[in-house]
Design a protein around this ligand. Structure first.
Ligand code: CP
Ligand code: NVA
Length: 302
């Protein structure tokens, strides 16, 4: 296991399987009401530069259920928001807490943070990646499909942070990934290269119908990510043909699972009919953030 989790490719295939096995075990124990005190007296600091529902709640509940504690920090409320440096903040926080999870605008902020922290740093979403999301997604895919190798994973929409982590996740686990996005919204070129080097079979196209053909997994995310708000009108125009709706679903395999990291904008990137329909796994996916992150916290902190 690495000491920090900034990118999904910080993990090996074995690390991922190990984390998923622990997550499944913890999930099953939770369902039986079995509690744990594995992280007793341990504290996680959770630093946010932008909004969150799932990440904030699932990490906090994870720490509570493992016998530890989590502190929510809005960057504006600490001295970081008044100009204290990232390096000093990371050094000071490391003297108090056992791990730091941060959601930031710029990925470089996390790199600088982890370079100065002496405790594990976890990426809770940056402009480049969302590795914790993909751990939960892999857990969900394994629960529904029982395997990864050879599955057709199709991403419809923006080549954004979640898409970047998905490219690495697919490469590491042997899923074939097709991305259908409008020109100019392709995923990060350096990540695509890295994923290909890992062995990823990647196809980046512009036709959503073609991408959806024979898909085992159909995934989408918002058209306007946090930080992209200035481009709202242009993006809504550009992404219009990239909606996951029942017509697109017909192209996929009959047992395709539909994923969305949430929050969703019904009527934009996905229709209500699909997200609430029988192929949707989005709420299991959201729940799995809790189990996957518990496994991650146990590995990084203990
Ligand atoms: N999927 C996800 O990270 O959701 P939040 O923005 O609510 O944390
Ligand atoms: N791509 C989205 C994901 C939110 C969980 C964003 O960055 O806003």
């Amino acid at each position: 296991m690495p000491s920090h989790l900034l990118s999904l490719s910080d993990l090996s295939y074995d690390d991922i399987i190990n984390l998923l096995d622990t997550a499944s075990d913890l999930k099953e124990k939770r369902a039986r009401g079995k509690t744990s005190s594995a992280l007793k007296n341990k504290t996680l600091a959770m630093l946010f530069e932008k909004s969150s529902t799932r990440t904030r709640i699932s990490f906090e509940v994870a720490m509570t259920e493992l016998g530890g504690h989590a502190i929510f920090l809005n960057y504006k409320d600490i001295q970081l928001g008044r100009g204290e440096s990232i390096a000093d903040t990371a050094k000071v926080m490391s003297r108090y807490v056992n791990a730091i999870m941060a959601r930031v605008y710029k990925h470089e902020t996390l790199v600088e943070f982890s370079g100065n922290a002496t405790v594990p740093v976890i990426n809770g979403l940056s402009d480049l990646e969302h590795p914790c999301q993909l751990l939960a997604d892999l857990l969900t895919i394994r629960e529904y499909k029982g395997r990864f190798k050879g599955l057709n994973f199709s991403w419809i929409g923006d080549g954004n942070n979640v898409c970047n982590s998905a490219l690495l996740a697919c490469a590491l686990t042997g899923m074939k990934m097709t991305v259908a996005c409008p020109g100019g919204y392709e995923p990060n070129a350096e990540i695509v290269e890295r994923a290909k080097k890992i062995g990823g079979e990647i196809n980046i196209i512009h036709d959503p119908m073609k991408a959806a053909k024979k898909a085992d997994v159909l995934y989408t995310d918002v058209w306007v990510s946090m930080g992209d708000e200035d481009e709202y009108d242009q993006r809504l125009h550009d992404f219009k043909p990239y909606q996951i709706n029942s017509r697109l679903l017909e192209q996929a395999k009959h047992d395709v699972m539909v994923l969305h990291c949430l929050p969703a904008h019904r009527g934009e990137e996905i229709t209500a009919e699909v997200i609430d329909g029988k192929n949707s796994a989005v709420f299991d996916q959201a729940e799995n953030r809790l189990h996957a992150q518990k496994a991650l916290l146990l590995k990084l902190i203990s």
